[in-house]
Design a protein around this ligand. Structure first.
Ligand SMILES: Nc1nc(=O)c2c([nH]1)NC[C@@H]1CN(c3ccc(C(=O)N[C@@H](CCC(=O)O)C(=O)O)cc3)CN21
Ligand SMILES: CC(C)C(=O)C(=O)O
Ligand SMILES: [Mg+2]
Length: 275
């Protein structure tokens, strides 16, 4: 069954947890979809895990469209959520609607996600009015790394916690259909989850959220540049890949690959004429 913003709302109403992962290409999206994932995020973490940048700031709308379209071709049932990259929505409301629209028109996403609270609510409301569902993202918002001065848990002081709760309520009032909570204390995330009617999707925000999301390379053990505390390794795919690559290299060097079964034949009669 195809997941939609309506089935996400229904999941919260029924107390059914939502499982999301990132994907950036067709074959990964297809595998996640076949496994039964509820939603796939084309995250701007693309910058880190696919493009090798140090942060997400250099990712462009064109990058996001390119990868979103590939994911959309691979996923049948997952809700396709595409991140709005840095500076594609902050400058003005018309800019934000136009860029979000491109992620749906060209990237074939079902909805978009953007970072921030009250300050982006005019953009959220305008997108929703244009028929573009919006997922919010609060807490550790990586596009603000230069403002934060590093990746740190958010919402620990009373003022920061109050701000997080009011931002979540503001996003809901502006029409956001769900909110990602990243790297916030579990008890605060649980409180936000109780205070808003829309589903919360946690990453480093504890089990009290309505759903969870992780970067797939992190949870499969394929990415070692950094490892946030909230990551659990569900498989050692990185090791399996390195082993597979090494075996291939070995067999090529010793001549045991390709063997007869991976080789095409020509009739001897034809071959004789060539000598
Ligand atoms: N591979 C990957 N996984 C992610 O979760 C992710 C990305 N890339 N790129 C975009 C952002 C950046 N994120 C990050 C990156 C680093 C930490 C991190 O190192 N956190 C430390 C410090 C926490 C603290 O001191 O408060 C940790 O130990 O978790 C957290 C989130 C989350 N997102
Ligand atoms: C970590 C998730 C929430 C994200 O925004 C991303 O992958 O870019
Ligand atoms: Mg992101």
């Amino acid at each position: 069954m195809k997941n939609t913003v309506a089935t996400f709302a229904q999941a919260k109403a029924e107390g059914r947890k939502l499982a999301m992962l990132t994907a950036y290409d067709y074959s990964t999206a297809k595998l996640e979809d076949e496994a039964g994932i509820d939603g796939i995020l084309i995250g701007d973490s693309l910058g880190n895990v696919v493009l090798g940048y140090e942060d997400t700031l250099s990712v462009t709308v064109e990058d996001m469209i390119h990868h979103s379209a590939a994911v959309a071709r691979g996923a049948k049932n997952a809700l396709i959520v595409c991140d709005m990259p840095f500076l594609s929505y902050e400058v003005s409301v018309p800019d934000a609607v136009r860029n979000a629209g491109r992620l749906l028109k060209e990237g074939r996403a079902n909805c978009v996600k953007l970072e921030g609270g009250e300050e982006v609510c005019p953009q959220v409301a305008a997108m929703v009015a244009a028929g573009i569902p919006v997922m919010g993202h609060l807490g550790l918002t990586p596009q603000s790394i230069n403002a934060f001065g590093g990746f740190k848990v958010q919402g620990k002081s009373e003022a920061a916690a109050r701000k997080l709760i009011s931002d979540a309520k503001a996003l809901e009032a502006a029409g956001a259909f769900a909110i990602v909570l990243e790297a916030v204390p579990a008890k605060l995330a649980a409180l936000v989850t109780k205070e808003v009617g829309v589903p919360t999707i946690g990453i480093g925000a504890g089990a009290g959220c309505d759903g969870q999301i992780l970067v797939y390379q992190d949870m499969l053990g394929m990415f070692s540049d950094f490892c946030p505390k909230f990551v659990k390794r569900f498989a050692n795919v990185g090791e399996a890949m390195r082993d597979g690559f090494a075996s291939y290299i070995n067999e090529v060097r010793e001549g045991s690959f390709p063997s007869a079964e991976h080789t095409f034949k020509i009739d001897d009669e034809v071959l004789e004429k060539l000598y």
